[in-house]
Ligand binder design. Structure first.
Ligand code: GTP
Ligand code: MG
Length: 230
């Protein structure tokens, strides 16, 4: 017996039994397409995360230390996807997502030292199935508020049952110190609705600059210790 057929409910039957309208049916169809697309973004996250883990393993094998401290990821929430599509002036539709947005899939890589960021980025970009779509270096050129990180938009082919598809993912690479600043700045900015906004922004910028100097001092210390070991 074909088990699948035995419990499969035909659309028309479901519509009749549950009094679904044509509109309901459209919504179900969109939900299906949306979930399918999110599955594909999850796939590219897994692929790129694996690439990063392999690089970290190899690096720690040859250089006896890990350039990557942690890797985390997120898939953009439906509400944020819709808001961004609206902001960009395109229809809020599943079809618009792939063609308009680069950051539905996001990976954050936290490195130990500043030069590890560039080493990891380079090792990733030079892989022959990885295409660099966009690079924003907020370390060389920090944002006016003090934000530092290296942002890459990558396109990587993902193999599905019948075809392969190039999928985009945004990779943010930063040091532990840059991440510390970014997450606290995010919390403070979110809660700050006072008249003191300008002073607070100024102090946040000062903190960012202190952190950037500290990052470079730590790197210099590491270099010094490594030289002594040689
Ligand atoms: P969107 O992608 O639409 O946000 O604009 P954009 O492309 O100009 O932004 P960008 O790629 O520069 O930065 C996007 C992401 O970087 C954000 O979602 C944050 O995760 C992070 N980011 C950028 N600027 C800041 C900042 O000032 N503070 C913090 N905490 N995070 C930031
Ligand atoms: Mg962006």
């Amino acid at each position: 017996m074909d088990v699948e057929k035995s419990f499969r409910v035909e659309k028309t039957e479901l519509m009749r039994s549950f009094l679904l309208t044509d509109q309901d049916q459209d919504a179900l169809q969109r939900l299906e397409e949306f979930n399918h697309l999110m599955m594909k973004y999850h796939a590219v996250i897994r692929e790129v995360t694996t690439k990063l883990e392999i690089l970290n393993d190899e690096f720690s094998h040859s250089k006896r230390r890990n350039p990557i401290e942690t890797i985390s990821f997120r898939i953009k929430k439906p509400i944020s996807i819709a808001q961004k599509l609206r902001r960009k002036g395109v229809p809020v539709a599943v079809d618009s997502i792939m063609s308009t947005l680069n950051d539905v899939a996001g990976i954050r890589v936290i490195c130990s030292f500043v030069d590890d960021i560039y080493a990891v980025a380079e090792m990733l970009i030079q892989q022959d199935d990885v295409r660099l779509i966009e690079k924003k270096d907020y370390i060389q050129n920090p944002k006016p508020n003090g934000y530092r990180s290296l942002h890459l938009v990558l396109e990587v082919p993902v193999f599905f049952s019948t075809h392969k598809e190039p999928m985009r993912v945004e990779v943010q690479i930063r040091t532990v110190a840059m991440d510390f600043w970014a997450s606290l700045e995010h919390q403070i900015r979110y809660k700050n609705h006072t008249a003191e906004t300008r002073r607070i922004a100024g102090e946040l910028k000062e903190c960012a600059d202190v952190i950037a100097q500290t990052d470079l001092r730590m790197q210099a210390l590491r270099d010094e210790v490594m030289k002594q070991q040689e």
